[in-house]
Design a protein around this ligand. Structure first.
Ligand code: AMP
Ligand code: MG
Length: 486
């Protein structure tokens, strides 16, 4: 276990030079206080969990202190936002402080979000508000606990520094961890500015640091693209299976590692709704829940376009064609597990589609449905769940077919419950829960955020006494308007 001051840095991205990032020092926020820390994330850096109580902790993660070996830099990237190309984005309010190497030799980017203005801030103030920092913190650690690939979050610090959004709020900082912060948009930037030498250099960096196996292939850049396609197919399958809506799937928010990245107005579905739009600013529904699959493919095509100076276009196109079948296979696999099925049966896919159709017309809580379906034997569970459906005829035929399909797996309910509970969380990060914790934190009470974080870190466990966190949203919690503003 290490003290904070004992971290080892090896800043590989910084060494790529000024074409890739710009040196910028963090601008501290006033009177920093630690809101919440993740001991699980601290472990990734081999940090002693007690270090969170050390006063240097909040100072380091609010821009007041810096490790000698840190080399804070703002990365340059561009990307497609809501379908239109934006030539210059970049870290407008976040800094890559450096890369920490843990005892196992793993690299973790330390990225401080809300660290002040940079050459890429455009009109922005370089800050992040407490509300959005808490939302990203909770989601990062929760998705990881659900088994959904994600960037991680070490801590949030709050401050008295005022920030203007729709109203006055206060500045906060989030310390984000990821093996890489390279986005699709990094490649797009070098492609569209015709810096093909740098494009190649970026590709070499990603290959050697993150996909070394691809270097053994005949065409390493094509192998890299294939890896990104495969990882994103798996990622989006998880989002769709667990009802996660990202909200801003711009190509600059897509990670080259295929992890959930740059959390904004995201939401987990409460009642199932394939058309759900979680981003209040997304008027056309471009990033609605069901659109996430074609949009991921669209973003991969944008990445493929940026790789055309390095790889033949026909090979890229062919590789892109793998996305949908890979996605479908992963999705089917995850949904089979959620429904408690062992093995594979020919009719599974159609049965899953029919379930979503009957759910769509009713008011069925997407998370609780699967959890409760595993609580008791199919017949009893289905009888209890029936009340939430409006298309009762549709539900009854589906339920009969579900029972017949489930009977193929034997009738050991104890085993069925165990495997279903391992695939179906009891606790999910509902927007109303985040909202309650945020409102308390805005009043200076960090207890609720810490407790919610603890509950959501073990989403599959029963956790007696915490059942209130598994409840469906109250009326006010169903209509929260979450915008891009952060
Ligand atoms: P996001 O919506 O957080 O993914 O950000 C999109 C782009 O806007 C990125 O280049 C961000 O760095 C930049 N950005 C967002 N908010 C701010 C802010 N308050 N100040 C400066 N840049 C910002
Ligand atoms: Mg972003």
């Amino acid at each position: 276990m290490k003290r904070l001051t004992e971290l080892t840095f090896d800043n590989r991205y910084a060494r790529l030079g000024d074409a890739f990032s710009t040196e910028v020092l963090p601008e501290p926020i006033a009177e920093p206080r630690l809101v919440v820390a993740s001991t699980a994330a601290m472990k990734l850096l081999d940090l002693d969990p007690h270090e969170a109580e050390n006063e240097v902790f909040a100072e380091l993660f609010s821009g007041h202190k810096l490790w000698n070996e840190a080399e804070p830099r703002a990365m340059v990237y561009s990307g497609h936002q809501f379908g239109s190309y934006n030539p210059r984005l970049g870290d407008g309010r976040g800094l890559l402080l450096g890369e920490v190497v843990n005892d196992a030799g793993e690299y973790w980017d330390l990225h401080l979000k809300g660290a002040g203005q940079t050459p890429y801030s455009r009109m922005g103030d370089g800050r992040a508000v407490l509300r959005s920092s808490i939302r990203e913190f909770l989601a990062s650690e929760h998705l990881h606990a659900l088994g959904i690939p994600s960037s991680r979050a070490l801590c949030v610090t709050a401050s008295s520094t005022p920030v203007w959004r729709e109203k006055q709020e206060s500045a906060a900082m989030l310390l984000r961890l990821a093996p890489s912060h390279v986005r699709f948009g990094h490649f797009e930037y070098f492609y569209y500015t015709q810096q093909h030498e740098q494009l190649k250099q970026l590709g070499e960096h990603v290959l050697s640091c993150h996909f070394p196996d691809c270097l053994q292939q005949d065409e390493p850049y094509l192998a890299m693209f294939r890896e990104v396609v495969e990882r994103n197919a798996e990622l989006i399958a998880h989002w769709q299976a667990y009802g996660f809506c990202h909200g801003v799937m711009n190509s600059d928010n897509m990670s080259i590692l295929g992890i959930t990245f740059d959390y904004g107005p995201y939401a987990f579905l409460d009642d199932f709704d394939a058309k759900h739009i979680c981003n209040h600013s997304d008027d056309s529904g471009r990033y609605s829940f069901s659109n996430q699959v074609p949009i991921a493919q669209w973003n991969l095509a944008a990445l493929g376009q940026a790789l055309t100076p390095l790889v033949e276009v026909d090979s890229l196109r062919e590789t892109l064609g793998l996305f949908l079948p890979l996605y479908q296979a992963h999705y089917l696999d995850l949904m089979r597990r959620r429904l408690g099925w062992l093995g594979a049966d020919e009719g599974d896919e159609a049965l899953i589609q029919r379930l979503l159709q009957v759910m769509q017309s009713g008011a069925v809580d997407y998370t609780n449905f699967f959890r409760e379906l595993g609580d008791s034997a199919p017949q009893q569970a289905l009888a209890r769940l029936r009340d939430d459906f409006t298309d009762l005829a549709g539900f009854d035929t589906w339920a009969a077919d579900y029972r017949a399909r489930s009977a193929l797996d034997g009738d050991d309910q104890e085993q069925r419950r165990t495997r279903m509970h391992a695939a179906n969380p009891k606790y999910i990060l509902r927007n109303y829960l985040a909202q309650q914790a945020i409102e308390a934190a805005e009043q200076g009470d960090y207890g609720p955020v810490r407790e919610l974080h603890a509950v959501l870190s073990q989403p599959f466990a029963e956790q007696p006494g915490q059942e209130r966190y598994a409840q469906r949203p109250p009326d006010w919690g169903k209509h929260l308007e979450i915008s891009c503003s952060s």
